[in-house]
Design a protein around this ligand. Structure first.
Ligand code: NAD
Ligand code: WQD
Length: 336
């Protein structure tokens, strides 16, 4: 079955393409390369011995979308393409709404025109508000705190509206918690441009000597060790979550929402220690003020994905850190 994977050369998209190929699906990748490199294709090929068709282009290009859907006889779409930097979304909201919301609308219009009914969308735990104690299930009230999170929720809502208007559609939102880790081969991983915003890529750049020291954003939270607690999920588990969702949703009309997380919370210090163990030395770190907008602690209730999709996350934070370190140490400057 042929699947259009938008954003397929990005971090999560590339890992999902590898697992799609390994499990017998046929991904066709569309990516504008705004935040990824074409050399990712060579890595997918090295791992799977298959080079998926790749089109450089933008999801907002309606005629391109229709052409790809028709020419490749696409049966379902996994939609990763989007911008994801929270701070940037505050500074450039129109760019985020245009890329993430308008881009998704153009994609869904193309699907409707070409009769493609199944969509799996990259949503985020960032759509939830902070009014509920963790773990968070899919019924936690939504209330995103920034334009990035709002762009994700808007697309969720548009997908729900579309399934009301056309009950034959199958629209699935996957709400990821904190995706980290890398392919166990060390051939693929996260390759952020510039200074990483997120904990794991920053830590791994400290480990490889590209950054001096990790800044721990606050140690006075109401958590067991005072540092922020999150639900880290290995990107390979996440990739498998997409395939489980696709297998379930294709042919199962309606609007489906699943949390994809491990169900466990880990602190910044837990991650720092696990990474130190993986790379064989204690990593330099300094205490810094809290980062504005950060919550103390949240993690997923992933039981809906387990009971409906039969999916659960299997990898530990040690696996996440070992695989990230293998990727970072073999590719200190990321992809060529
Ligand atoms: P990424 O930036 O590595 O991948 C996104 C890909 O989409 C990139 O390759 C980029 O070039 C491409 N892209 C962006 N806009 C495009 C457009 N208009 N047309 C075509 N291609 C475009 O990010 P990622 O971490 O792999 O995230 C994938 C998706 O998952 C994103 O939608 C992101 O918002 C969502 N998500 C990510 C996280 C996370 O922490 N990484 C968490 C929750 C949700
Ligand atoms: C994790 C913990 C920080 C960096 C973000 C987005 C969210 C989602 C996932 C897309 C927190 C602490 C971090 C550092 C630190 N993305 N930290 N020093 O903020 O939970 O979620 O990525 O949908 O929308 O907001 O992830 O990795 O930035 O932070 O101490 O240099 O690490 O305070 O407690 P976050 P993160």
């Amino acid at each position: 079955m042929k699947i259009l994977v938008t954003g397929g050369t990005g971090y999560i998209g590339s890992h999902t393409c590898v697992q799609l190929i390994e499990q017998g699906w046929q991904p066709v990748i569309l990516d504008s390369l705004v935040n990824s490199k074409a050399s990712v294709l060579g890595r997918i090929e090295q791992i799977t011995k298959h080079r998926p068709p790749f089109i450089v282009g933008d999801v907002r290009d309606a005629s391109l979308i229709e052409k790809i859907l028709a020419e490749h006889k696409i049966e379902a779409v996994i939609h990763f393409a989007g911008l994801k930097a929270v701070g940037e979304s505050v500074a450039q909201p129109l760019r985020y709404y245009d890329n993430n919301v308008h881009g998704s609308v153009v994609l869904m219009q193309g699907m409707q025109k070409c009769g493609v009914k199944t969509l799996v969308f990259s949503s985020s735990a960032t759509v939830y508000g902070n009014s509920s104690a963790p773990p968070w299930n899919e019924q936690v009230p939504t209330s995103p705190a920034n334009p990035y999170g709002r762009s994700k929720l808007m697309v969720d809502q548009i997908m729900a509206d579309l399934t009301l208007a056309d009950p034959t559609c199958s629209m699935t939102s996957l709400r990821y918690f904190n995706p980290v880790g890398a392919h166990p081969s060390g051939q693929m991983g996260e390759d952020p441009q510039g200074i990483p915003n997120n904990l794991m890529p920053f830590l791994s750049q400290v480990a490889v000597g590209r950054r001096e020291s990790l800044h721990i954003y606050g140690n006075d939270y109401d958590t067991p060790d005072g540092t922020g607690v999150r639900d880290y999920i290995h990107v390979s588990d996440l990739a498998n979550g997409h395939i489980a969702a696709l297998a379930y949703a294709h042919g199962c009309a309606g609007h489906h929402v699943f949390n994809l997380g491990s169900g466990h919370g880990h602190s910044v210090l837990d991650m720092l220690n696990a990474f130190g163990k993986a790379c064989g030395r204690q990593l330099p770190h300094t205490l810094a003020p809290r980062r504005p907008g950060d919550l103390a602690a949240y993690w997923a209730d992933p039981s809906h994905a387990l009971s409906t999709l039969g999916w659960h996350a299997e990898k530990t934070i040690d696996d996440m850190c070992q695989d990230t370190w293998r990727w970072q140490s073999q590719n200190p400057n990321g992809y060529p």
